[in-house]
Design a protein around this ligand. Structure first.
Ligand SMILES: CC(C)(COP(=O)(O)OP(=O)(O)OC[C@H]1O[C@@H](n2cnc3c(N)ncnc32)[C@H](O)[C@@H]1OP(=O)(O)O)[C@@H](O)C(=O)NCCC(=O)NCCS
Length: 438
């Protein structure tokens, strides 16, 4: 990357750095990721997140490692039955994986700027488990499920800046150890901690639709439909179901990221375009009235459009004063779109309608632009305004598709006519709003 490319990238990632600080991320690193050549890079990127102030809980899986150590395992569905002998083998496998991870976090990361990061990792008995028992006549023995997570104990370690590493094990009040499904544990830990994100890995990093296309964004209902229609392998389906469970349990964002591609995690977390599939509660929740702290984010969205002459440059001091006129579309704590409403007489001007380049025409319906428009219309109606107008140079068709009609300059309220810039030669468009009950 050349210097200016680097500077641009760094500037663009700055809002994400502050958005992620002090957030809690639960990360599931499956057994495939642990043996992959890219593991060192993933650990490095997790260390970077830790240094940037992210509170991390790392849970590891071990499916291929256990398959190798216990080739004669019995399964019920996709679930492994753990008997007393296999439990011994399994504890050895988990111990080795934990030690590998701890070693990786202890290396001082000599080839990187993080070499003095001093990351302290901690593990412990934070999961209470119970036996699954007998299902369809099959006794699952020491295969268990999560009964409770000691979230407060994990939180106090995160408060002390430790990185928590957990094996998929749980302990019963009678002192018995149970083997857990790592993806289920990750979901339960994320829910119990009220984590901000649950991050899981697979080779590709994307959920595919029926046509085999990558889906960068999904809501739970869409994922559920895809799971039914595409019937992925049971262990893939289980991981995605764990994401669904976490999302429905209140974890606002769950990410699937590639373990094979160097930098995929950072790209997913620090760039607008991302790299991987994000499962989020609702597309529609993200538009809200702007607050003073959103000004910097609004500027990030509109600056390129001002530079390109699509939007008229706004004085930044004025923007601070007028932030109350704005609505913003938020994703992951970042402003990805905005629009403003300026009442003029009994009408209102819709202005500064803009969506961050990376989120335009995302294919998700309704799109961000459309949702911003809907929020502005609702706000206008609530204020008793029945006419919206907009002045646009390059976006006429989009507004036309959303109910605006071409109008003459003299259709504008008189004070706005007086300010009309003939040189800019914007097109005037008007939309009459019906009241909610019409
Ligand atoms: C106009 C804008 C806000 C729409 O946001 P968005 O989130 O992409 O909008 P939606 O997802 O609701 O709609 C996307 C559709 O609008 C179309 N569209 C986007 N910009 C358009 C334009 N200038 N003219 C015509 N159609 C346009 C897209 O092609 C897409 O069509 P499709 O659904 O058939 O693929 C966004 O493109 C933007 O920020 N543009 C630059 C700023 C701008 O022109 N603002 C208006 C200033 S007055």
């Amino acid at each position: 990357m050349d210097t200016s490319g680097y500077a641009r990238w760094f500037r663009a990632s700055t809002p994400y750095i502050s958005a992620h600080r002090n957030r809690t991320f639960v990360v599931l690193l499956g057994g495939e990721a642990i043996t992959h050549a890219n593991l060192a890079n993933i650990v490095h990127d997790l260390a970077l997140l830790h240094v940037l102030g992210v509170r991390l809980v790392l849970i590891h899986g071990a499916r291929p490692q256990i398959d190798e150590a216990l080739p004669d395992s019995r399964f019920h569905g996709a679930r492994r039955i753990t008997d007393r002998d296999s439990m011994d083998t399994l504890l050895g496998v988990y111990g080795r994986i934990r030690a590998t991870l701890e070693a990786q976090f202890s290396t001082g990361l000599p080839t990187s700027p993080l070499r003095n990061a001093e990351i302290s990792t901690v593990t412990g008995n934070f999961t209470v488990a119970r036996p699954i028992g007998v299902l369809d006549g099959v006794d699952h023995l020491f295969t268990g499920q999560v009964r409770r997570v000691h979230a407060e104990r994990i939180r106090s370690l995160l408060d002390a800046r430790s990185l928590v590493i957990l094996s998929p094990l749980g302990y019963s009040p009678s002192g018995q150890v149970f083997n857990l499904a790592a993806d289920e544990l990750a979901a339960e830990v994320a829910i119990a901690l009220a984590a901000d994100k649950l991050i899981m890995f697979d080779a590709d990093g994307y959920v595919k639709d029926e046509a085999g296309r990558n889906r960068p964004e999904l809501v739970p209902a869409e994922l559920e439909t895809l799971l039914d229609r595409t019937a992925p392998e049971p262990y893939v389906a289980n991981q995605l179901r764990a994401m669904l469970r976490a999302c429905r349990g209140g974890v606002p964002r769950c990410h699937l990221v590639s373990y094979a591609e160097d930098g995929a995690l950072l790209q997913e977390l620090f760039t607008a375009r991302g790299h991987g599939t994000e499962l989020l509660e609702q597309h529609a929740d993200a538009v809200r009235p702007a607050r003073p702290e959103d000004v910097a984010g609004i500027v990030e969205v509109i600056r390129p459009l001002e530079e390109a002459g699509v939007l008229v440059r706004r004085d930044r001091d004025r923007l601070e004063l007028e932030v109350g006129n704005f609505h913003v579309a938020m994703l992951d704590g970042i402003v990805v779109g905005c629009c403003a409403l300026y009442p003029v007489e009994d009408a209102a001007e819709l202005a500064c309608v803009a969506v961050h380049q990376a989120y335009r025409g995302s294919g998700v319906k309704p799109g961000i632009g459309e949702r911003l428009l809907a929020a502005a219309e609702t706000a206008a109606r609530a204020a008793g305004i029945r006419t919206l107008f907009v002045l646009t140079t390059q976006t006429r068709d989009w507004f036309a598709e959303h109910g605006f009609e071409d109008a003459a300059i003299d259709a504008l309220p008189a004070p706005r006519q007086a300010l009309y810039n003939y040189q800019r030669n914007s097109k005037v468009m008007i939309k009459h709003l019906e009241s909610e009950d019409e």
